[in-house]
Design a binder for this molecule. Sequence first.
Ligand code: SF4
Ligand code: SF4
Length: 382
Amino acid sequence: MEYRTLGRTGLRVSAVALGCEGFMEKSAEEVCADFDFAIARGINFVDIYSPNPQLRENIGAALEGRRGNFIIQGHLCTVWEEDQYLRTRDPEKTRASFETQLQQLRTDYLDIGMIHYIDAEEDFRRVFDGEILRHARRLRSEGRIRALGISSHNPKVARMAVESGEVDVVMFSINPAYDLQPAGDDVDALWAEESYARALHNIDPERESLYELCERRGVGIDVMKVYGGGDLLSETNSPFGRALTPVQCLEYALTRPGVAAVMVGCRSRGEIAAALAWCTAPAGERDYAPVLQGLERFTWQGHCMYCGHCAPCTAGIDIAAVNKFYNLTVAEEGLPETVREHYRTLRHHASECVACGACETRCPFGVEIIAAMRRAAERFGY
Ligand code: SF4
Ligand code: SF4
């Protein structure tokens, strides 16, 4: 298992992590067996957005005696009413639901408390200017949540949260299909056919700059909807006309800047294993480029997707990493210290490029890598 630091929280999370939706409708014994299976393979991180009492109690029981070694991301502003999940902005209900959540999970703190599902800018302002944020801050100062985050599908809103300086973590929907869609507050529109008629021909700059902003500011991203609700795994439903594998979907998300973990909703141990296959998959199996490239509609042309397809470099340069660090500096006036430090630790630097051109013939997205190495060498000084 690969462990990554979740931004400035300092938490070391497994890159492959669990969503909670796969545990619905299961018995306590089944949930416990699933956690045994996942933990034995190195998973240490779960997102629990659902307020379903049975689900929370089953997960609480499954983590009994091993809570300290496991990282729980719970959500504020979800309640269970009339046997249903409901999002709320009612401070009283939010307070009560938080207390119940801790009891059900058999714990006295959440490692991360997410303010649940803010997609509309108006909703963001109401939450961040009001009692919900004050409540979240209080919980953090009492140590009952250790870090604060929000979940969102809208890059504009996620950016507002990051720029507020209040959040340490963003849970965001990332997959190559959503990345083609401009920002909006209607999550259902992300997959609507008419949206694809208007879809961008390349990655949406607002999404891309959100990921870069998070990395620069030390805000960790964990990913939801990595399979686009399963549609990307289906040849019929995938907008690329070809199915991606779970490994390719995970690789895409885990190669975006700022991303520490993918929360995969798995209904069975087989599905957990399919996600875990990412950990040991060779580069060829992780490579998502063949699915994205060569489609008339989506060009991605000239745009580094951090896919690593160009490796190996004659001079040993990690080209994807150099491109990523360079891109992280573009929106900034100076050179951010963290980026400069990350660049320094690379074994080989852009200035070592001998302009052999071998990489360019392998890049499926037509990136002019020699020129990119030259630009990076100028920017970083070596
Ligand atoms: S330069 Fe091309 S092949 Fe290399 S990581 Fe970027 S997109 Fe992939
Ligand atoms: S052109 Fe430069 S970056 Fe590309 S393989 Fe050759 S040395 Fe490496």
